[in-house]
Design a protein around this ligand. Structure first.
Ligand code: NDP
Length: 603
């Protein structure tokens, strides 16, 4: 099979064989082993904040209306909605030195969001803001979240560079008590967990990492002191005499590799699995863009994107990019009346193959060296790995100072001066950048929260959820009164490719629910056992077992690194698969309209 030949027709047996052969090269023992940075003193330097100086302060002991753990987009959006609901003392708490979450930490050169800015950036109408480009760079997104925090007075009570150690329900005072690594003791009537979905940096566990004598850091903590330049001006002038290595070719790597290639004396790109790199087509926002936008335009645009992704009929595809062309098509293959399930599966595969062929052909068009081009070609189904979009990444491999290293079997060991691959090849360099990503979105919430959450009767949330989430709407859980958890993948809510959509809707739900509780002078709410059981059954009844397709995929975050059997049906979404966003939304609206059925309320 020569699948990258544009004229290649779809031969299922040849395609399956090729895809499985490529998968098996990567399905090697230990490929997913990580250094657990959460409690690792040897690697503590990888966690340090290079962006904001740490300032000593006295420990606090006080009471607020709501403590929000996490000051990323979800935490800030929840805070905005709770402010609108009338709460006065709103305290954002974050380990970062400011708001922004992922956009606070990820400042690597070229960092941007590959979901269209006019849909991704939250609450644009609140700030009357029109993004500068079709796809926004990270500093603009962070600046926008900071603007929201300023407008809604969220800085005054916020605590940054503060890690929560425990969140404990105190039945005697009907308050949550939050203890932090700064010695604070904060009492709160409500708590919102907005801890993020990709908040845990993943550092692979490779023997010898601690021996490396050069510079090393993770893309989530870019060291501009070492590289020179800044996020706003990514001319990495201090790398001119440096040999640099980057490990990883996922969404973060492809965005920073062009800047690294331009600045480094030499760049080695260590690729375990190639990404599918679609067309980006970024451009400045046209002067006409905002001309005809009426009130509500932003939500309409987000909904339009979501409708297209869900293959719902729309008059026009407003976003009209790789997501709406490819993702939607792969999820919803074209069907004709009377097709059998086998024919539908075959059609889906055929359409998927055509999309992957487009990606492979693009590589041949751009990358001049035939061997490098072949190495860069992804041989798996489109959604086996998160798709990427970029226009400068592939041309980088035409530069004489860039060497692409194919290492499907991974890295054997890191040495004092470089690394050795599993096939014995050895490389030396001055700087090693880990673009090795983050723990999967589906990492259980208690681990992502990174601290003990202790509810009624001393029950730990980690114990309650040991074999899977147990919730009402994926956002509340029995025995943990007055607590909201922002919707996340793997947690019985829904997943949207534009994560901001479910985030702002979740924030509105939290705000509107609290408003109703306050109006009725409710002091404590808890989820009834029946309501939680009922929601669990709804989730389980719509669970779709995708293990056959996912098992044939190249190992990645999306299929639990090839270990599909370990995924619990309890981590499903409302509506099955990635979920039915519009149905979920309607359920939340009706639930609030009909008196919060399923909550036990104390006045
Ligand atoms: P990814 O998980 O996508 O990529 C990690 C890379 O590191 C992969 O290429 C992986 O190879 C490689 N890797 C991991 N461990 C090893 C190892 N031991 N040896 C060699 N290579 C290794 O992480 P990213 O940071 O790129 O992205 C994470 C997520 O963040 C994205 O999927 C996306 O959801 C989000 N993101 C979104 C962006 C946006 O524009 N919206 C931009 C950037 C990130 P392999 O593939 O073989 O596992």
């Amino acid at each position: 099979m020569q699948p990258s030949d544009k004229s290649a027709h779809f031969d299922p047996d040849a395609v399956h064989a090729k895809y499985l052969e490529e998968r098996d090269k990567r399905l090697i023992p230990g490929r997913a082993a990580i250094r657990d940075l959460t409690g690792d003193d040897v690697f503590a330097k990888y966690r340090e904040d290079p962006f904001t100086a740490y300032v000593q302060r006295d420990a606090l002991s006080d009471e607020v209306d709501v403590a929000i753990i996490g000051a990323g987009i979800a935490g800030v959006a929840a805070a905005v909605e709770l402010r609108k609901a009338g709460l006065k003392r709103i305290r954002l708490i974050d380990q970062a030195g400011g708001v922004g979450g992922t956009w606070y930490w990820n400042r690597y050169p070229g960092v941007m969001c590959d979901v269209e800015s006019y849909s991704y950036m939250p609450m644009l109408e609140e700030l009357n803001y029109i993004p500068k480009n079709r796809y926004a760079f990270g500093d603009e997104i962070r600046g926008h979240v900071e603007g929201l925090a300023r407008k809604f007075d969220l800085y005054e009570d916020a605590l940054f560079h503060t890690g929560v150690k425990t969140t404990t329900w105190d039945e005697g005072i009907s308050r949550w008590v939050i203890r932090t690594d700064r010695g604070d003791e904060i009492r709160a009537r409500y708590v919102v967990m907005a801890v993020g979905i990709l908040n845990l940096m993943k550092l692979p566990a490779i023997p010898g990492m601690e021996l490396f004598k050069g510079k090393s850091f993770h893309t989530g903590r870019w060291d501009y002191d070492y590289t020179g330049g800044s996020q706003e001006d990514p001319q990495l002038s201090k790398l001119a005499d440096k040999v640099v290595a980057i490990m990883g070719t996922g969404a973060s790597a492809i965005q920073c590799i062009p800047a690294l290639a331009e600045s480094s004396k030499h760049l080695y790109v260590f690729q375990r699995t190639p990404s599918a790199i679609g067309v980006r087509g970024n451009h400045p926002t046209s002067e006409d863009f905002a001309k005809d936008l009426g009130p509500g335009w932003h939500r309409q645009r987000m909904y339009n994107f979501q409708q297209v992704m869900a293959a719902m009929p729309v008059d026009v595809d407003l976003v009209d990019d790789g997501w709406t062309h490819h993702f939607a098509k792969v999820h919803h293959p074209s069907m004709e009346p009377g097709m059998t399930p086998a024919e539908i599966m075959r059609r889906a595969e055929e359409e998927d193959f055509a999309i992957m062929e487009e990606h492979r052909a693009r590589i041949d068009e751009i990358v001049k060296d035939a061997q490098a081009a072949e190495i860069l070609k992804p041989y798996y189904r489109y959604l086996c790995k998160r798709p990427c979009f970029h226009d400068e990444y592939l041309p980088t491999f035409n530069r004489p100072n860039v060497t692409l290293i194919d290492c499907p079997g991974g890295v054997e060991r890191v040495t004092e001066r470089g690394l050795i691959l599993s096939d014995g090849r050895e490389f030396e360099f001055d700087c090693l950048i880990y673009a090795t990503g983050f723990e999967a979105e589906a990492t259980p919430f208690p681990r992502r929260a990174g601290h003990e959450i202790i509810g009624r009767g001393g029950v730990r949330l980690a114990d309650k959820w040991e074999s899977g989430a147990s919730t009402l709407h994926g956002m509340m859980t029995r025995g943990f009164p007055n607590l909201f958890i922002m919707p996340c993948p793997g947690q019985q809510a829904v997943v949207t490719v534009n994560h901001t959509l479910i985030t702002v809707e979740g924030a509105e739900h939290v705000g509107a629910t609290v408003k109703l509780l306050e109006e009725s002078k409710i002091k404590v709410f808890d989820v009834s056992g029946e309501a939680e059981t009922e929601w669990k059954e709804i989730i389980l009844s719509s669970y779709v077992d995708g293990s056959a397709i996912m098992g044939a995929c190249t190992p990645s975050r999306i299929n639990n690194e090839g270990n599909v059997s370990a995924v619990s049906p309890l981590s499903g979404s409302y509506g099955g698969g990635i979920g039915d966003f519009f149905g979920f939304r309607q359920i939340l609206d009706e639930w609030r309209d009909h008196g919060l059925v399923g909550l036990e309320l104390e006045q």
